[in-house]
Write a protein that binds this ligand. Structure first.
Ligand code: OGA
Ligand code: MN
Length: 301
């Protein structure tokens, strides 16, 4: 065991963009020493999104690594019936819901059935599952099959979005809450069990502060969730719409972003508390297969 746990000397190589770093010299399939985990957490606080290339992980190893960052969270409802049973090569049955920790993100159709969620569409800018009162703090995506082109995942730095926000906008959002819409997923599909809402003032979901304090770093970040059906509480609808459009335009400026071009064996870990992400569409005739885990988070403050 000692050999397996031996300290790995990692190198942190920032992307040079507004966020993101490669962590090199590490094999995530092995047990990590507390020192190594500490170094990774520091790099994660500094760079918000970490990429580990060339990994070979089964679902149990992906879960064990993810659990270094907190308690594993259940897979989202959209992927619930397509989630893999840990340690076994089969899908979760509805009766076993409690075991759905790894979800499958894929466009692949096998025997007429989608093996995963999100298809091959574009997925628009969002943070994961912020329509919940306690959204996941982190998500990890591990690439098993990648298309020859397309399907890149973009990330945007919401600390920087906050820090560069014009004072006029800042004054309008200080202390305000925004409703995070629960009805649609990031690919624009209506989520199971929800009906279409046309008036954002009536959308179901959670209310969160627009300016959020990161519980680990103590830094403030813009916390936007997703644009569709969002509604700033206490404002007239038109004013809320105008303000949200301005905030989103600011938060998704290219200089705040970095794009991940996937290779098989990439594991990318992002911090939903201070990062937005999106995905480019890709040719549905090609195959993309990702396994995904997520970590439970706190109520935003
Ligand atoms: C997700 C997600 C993006 C991608 O899994 O939450 O948004 O690149 N995925 O598949
Ligand atoms: Mn997502």
């Amino acid at each position: 065991m000692a050999a397996v746990m031996e300290r790995q000397r990692i190198a942190v190589r920032p992307t040079g963009a507004a966020l993101g770093a490669d962590i090199e010299g590490i094999d995530l399939a092995r047990g990590l020493s507390p020192d190594t985990v500490g170094a990774i957490k520091q790099a994660w606080s500094d760079h918000l999104v970490l990429r580990f290339r060339g990994q070979h992980l089964d679902d149990d190893q992906l879960m064990r690594f993810s659990a270094c960052f907190g308690e594993l969270d259940w897979a989202p409802v959209i992927a619930a019936l397509r989630a893999k049973v840990p340690g076994q090569d089969r899908f979760v049955e509805p009766a076993e819901e409690g075991r759905r920790y790894i979800s499958v993100i894929s466009n692949i159709i096998e025997n007429g059935r989608a093996v995963g969620a999100l298809g091959a569409y574009e997925s628009i800018w969002h943070t994961d599952m912020s329509y919940n009162p306690q959204p996941p703090s982190a998500s990890a995506l591990y690439a098993l099959e990648v298309p020859p082109s397309g399907g890149d995942t973009g990330f945007a730095n919401m600390y920087l979005a906050y820090e560069t926000l014009p004072e006029a906008l800042l004054g309008l959002i200080r202390g305000r809450l925004c409703r995070h819409d629960a009805t649609h997923n990031s690919a624009g599909e209506l989520r199971r069990g929800f009906t279409e809402v046309t008036d954002p003032r009536r959308t179901p979901g959670a209310d969160h502060p627009i300016i959020r304090t990161h519980p680990v770093t103590g830094r403030k970040a813009l916390f936007l969730g997703r644009r569709r059906n969002a509604c700033i509480q206490g404002l007239e609808l038109e004013e809320s719409e105008r303000l949200l459009d301005a905030l989103w335009a600011h938060a998704t400026r290219p200089e705040l972003t970095w794009y991940q071009q996937w290779q098989v064996g990439d594991l990318v870990l992002w911090d939903n508390r201070c990062v937005l992400h999106r995905r480019d569409e890709f040719d549905p005739a090609t195959r993309r297969l990702m396994h995904r885990s997520q970590i439970k988070g706190d109520r935003p403050f």
